[in-house]
Design a protein around this ligand. Sequence first.
Ligand SMILES: [Zn+2]
Ligand SMILES: [Zn+2]
Length: 478
Amino acid sequence: MARIFCKYHPDVPARWICRACQIPFCSRCIPQAGEGPPACPVCHQAVESLGAGNVIEPFWQRLPAIFAWPLQRIPLLFMLALSGLGLLVAFLLGDSLFGWLLGNVVLYAVFLKYAYVVLENTAQGHLDPEPITWNTIAEELELPFKQLFILFLIGAINNSLYRTGGGGLMLAGMFLTALLLPASIMVLAIERRLLAAINPIILIDVMRRIGMPYLLLWLFLFLLISGLNETSAYLYHYLPVAFAMPLDGLLGNYVTLVVFQLLGYTLYQYHEALGFPVTAEETAPAASAAAEAADEPLREVEILFHEGRLEEARARLQALIEQAPGNMACRERLHRLLLNQQDIPGLRQHSAEYVSRLLLHGKPSEALRVFTEAYRVDREFKFGDAKQRHRMAELLANNGQDRAALALLNNLHRDFPQYAGVPDAYRLVARLLSEKFNQDERARQVLDFIEQRYPDYPHLDEVRAYRQVIEQVAAQGK
Ligand SMILES: [Zn+2]
Ligand SMILES: [Zn+2]
C-alpha cells in the first residue's frame, strides 16, 4: 500500500509508470492528453497507470480530517438546526403519532439524505462542505428510505436466523451483513438502485476491487459504531432522558457524517478500480497550474536531459523553437545544453541568435549573461549585426569585461563596412586599449585609423583631443 513518487518530483505522487524504463512519472511530467495512457517521453511506449489511488492520499492517512469534517460550519449548523427542530417537535406535539413520525422519521430521512449528498460530493473529490440548498435535500428523497429499508432487511434476516439456528447462526449472520453494509451504502450511492445495493455479487465485486483496505475500512467502522453505542449507553446512564436524548441524537448524526464522508472518500480513492467517473480528477499537490502550463513542453525535454538522452533533448528543443521562435524558456534550455556539451558551432548559431533576441526584447542584462557564458567556452563567439555587437560591447565594458568587449569589436569595420557606428565603436576600443590594457601605441593606431578612414566623422575633434591626451601621458611616463 506504499505510494510511489515521481522520479523527477520526489514530493509528488506518481500517476504513471513506464515499465520499460522503470521510471515513475507524476501528472506534471506527463499530462494526460485524450483517452488512454500517454506515451513515455523517453522510450515513446505507452506508460501504465498507477491508478488515481496512488495520487490520492489514502483514507487511513486522512482520518483526522475525516473526523473533523462534520465540525465545520455548514454541517455543524445543519446538525444543530435538526436537533433544535427535533426538540421543538417533541415540545409542541408531544407523544402524538404525528409528532413521533415528524420527529423521528421525517427529520431522520432529511438528515440521511444530507449524509448521502456528503458521500456523493466527497466521492467526486470535493472535500470541502458545500452549501445546503432546498434541492440538496428534496431531490431523490426516496434514497434514505431505500437505505432504511436495507437496514430493516438486515435486521429481519438476522432475526430469522436467530429463530431458525439460535445465537450462533445469528452472530455469523450479523458478521456477514456488517461486512457487506459499507459496500452496500457505496453501491446505493453510485447506482441508486435498491436491487443493486442488496445484490451480493455486486457487493463482493466492490470489496474485491478495493482489496485489503476494505477490511481496514470495515474494522474502522466497526470500532466507530461500537464506540458510539458505548457512549450513548453512558449518556442515558448518567444524564436525565431530556438531556441524553438530544445529545445522543447529535452524536449519532456526527458519527453518521463521519462514516458517510469516509465511505465517499473511499469511493474517491478507488474510483479508478471501481470504474466510477470523478469530476474533480486527482489534484497533484504543490502544482500551481498556471506556472506549470507555461513550461509544459519543456517537461519532456527535462526528462530526456535527466536520462542522458542529450541528442533527443536537443532535437526536441530545436523543433519547439522552430514552432515558437519567441519561446525564451526553450532558447535558454537549448543554450544551457550547448554550454554543457561545449558545442562551439551550436553556440555560434543558436546562442548567438538567443543573445540578439534578448537585446531586441529589451533584456540587456540577460543578453550580457548569455553572451558571457558563451564567450567563456568560445573566445571567438560573436553574434548579431553591427549595432547589436556595438551595444553588447558597451554593456561588457560597463560591466568590466574589457577583454570580451574588445574581442567582440575586433574587425567590426571588415565584418560590417556599411555600419555608421564603426568610429564610435573604435573610440571605445581605443579607450579600452589605453586605459585598461596600457596599449597606448595600439590605441593611437586605432585613433589614426578613424581619422583617415572616416574624414566626415562629426566627433573628429574629440578623437584628436584623446590622441593628444594619450601622447602627453606617454611623454610624462618617459
Ligand atoms: Zn514529475
Ligand atoms: Zn519508457
